[in-house]
Design a protein around this ligand. Structure first.
Ligand code: ACO
Length: 324
């Protein structure tokens, strides 16, 4: 049928930043953060825990589960918007770290939806060339892109990486279908400038540096509506109803977005995997980290129908169905 996940892995930095720690940094409190976002702690990278290093450890764990050596890989894709360099790509650093000598490697950026877009890409690669072995990673160190003086944003994000190894298998398992969207008209509700330009003609006077900026309430409204409609459309297209979903792994943005989405879809709460309380919003890394946790906890059984969905800057959003 198509692209099957044969190994999962994840890696979180050791350092835990609690809501109480944040009370020392900005004017906020544990009760406000927990009630508005569901987040209690997040992981923050220290020196030597750049995005590619978290990504490489997650990848090693996924390769080990898959029983595949790094030098057997044909392609490495990293979904990220927080690589420590603009060039080379994060994926090239991962290739070097792993010693994946045969693989070509590149990054994609679809903000929080990067991993979902990557799944679709890998599915298409594998349907075109069934012999390939592909590593897909979502990895972020958003702590390096956070304005630690802005309490509207700095409480939300965390660092981490998740990885999957994918191969073509002639079974009914694998990626079933995706329903992906972007709307660049809404870029200014959630964005991050590039580094200031060296070309004076291209300098943007209002560039405040590489920080995430956000209209939280607007993002909230669009996120719920957009994910709901992508899911409803996808299920209808595949002639499935919400009761046929065994596990839903949404992008872990914040608990109120997730609760609203879950209640609108009418999916049973126990079928929804949530770990936002521990890691905050890790952007492109959130789905593969959750997927790895669910897998290692034994929450995924062969032939289970899995629904993943996301929403992020761009705006970018979508939903994907997989048969495990
Ligand atoms: N601690 C204490 N008070 C705060 C904090 C804070 N960290 N941040 C804001 N406040 C205050 C505000 O200043 C405001 O005070 P005021 O009434 O005196 O002006 C009050 O709390 C309410 O502020 P709002 O912004 O209206 O709070 P809201 O209920 O909308 O919650 C939040 C803010 C949590 C950001 C919410 O809008 C949200 O969840 N938005 C979605 C954003 C998101 O998830 N973005 C991630 C990227 S996109 C994605 O992954 C889907």
């Amino acid at each position: 049928m198509g692209a099957v996940i044969v190994g999962t892995g994840s890696c979180l930095p050791d350092r835990v930043l609690s809501n109480h720690d944040l009370e020392e940094i900005v004017e906020t409190n544990d009760e406000w953060i927990r009630s508005r976002t569901g987040i209690s702690t997040r992981r923050i990278s220290s020196r030597g825990e750049e995005t590619f290093r978290l990504a490489s450890v997650a990848a090693e764990r996924a390769l080990e589960m898959a029983g595949i050596r790094a030098d057997e890989l044909d392609l490495i894709i990293v979904a990220t918007m927080s690589s420590h360099m603009s060039m080379p790509s994060c994926a090239c650093f991962v290739q070097k770290e792993l010693g994946a000598s045969r693989a070509f490697a590149y990054d994609i950026n679809a903000a929080c939806s990067g991993f979902l877009y990557g799944l679709d890409l890998v599915d298409k690669y594998l349907c075109a060339d069934r012999e390939k072995k592909i590593l897909l990673i979502g990895a972020e160190t958003l702590s390096s892109r956070t304005n630690w003086k802005d309490r509207n944003t700095c409480i939300l994000f965390g660092d981490g990486a998740g990885a999957v190894v994918m191969e073509y298998r002639d079974t009914s398992r694998g990626v079933v279908a995706s329903n992906l969207f972007s709307d660049g008209n809404l870029w200014n509700l959630l964005y991050m400038h590039s580094a200031p330009s060296c070309n004076p003609d291209l300098t943007q006077p209002d560039n405040p540096g590489t920080h995430i900026l956000m209209e939280g309430r607007e993002v909230f409204k669009y996120a719920v509506k957009a994910m709901q409609s992508a899911i409803v459309e996808l299920l209808a297209r595949e002639k499935l109803d919400i009761a046929s979903i065994d596990l839903m792994i949404p992008h872990q943005a914040n608990i109120r977005i997730l609760n609203k989405l879950v209640s609108r879809l009418g999916i049973a709460q126990e079928k929804v995997f949530i770990n936002v309380q521990k890691y905050g919003n890790t952007s492109a890394a959130s789905i593969p980290i959750a997927l790895d946790e669910a897998n290692r906890e034994g929450r995924l059984k062969p032939d289970d129908v899995l629904l993943v969905c996301s929403f992020g800057g761009g705006f970018t959003w979508g939903a994907t169905l997989l048969r495990w």
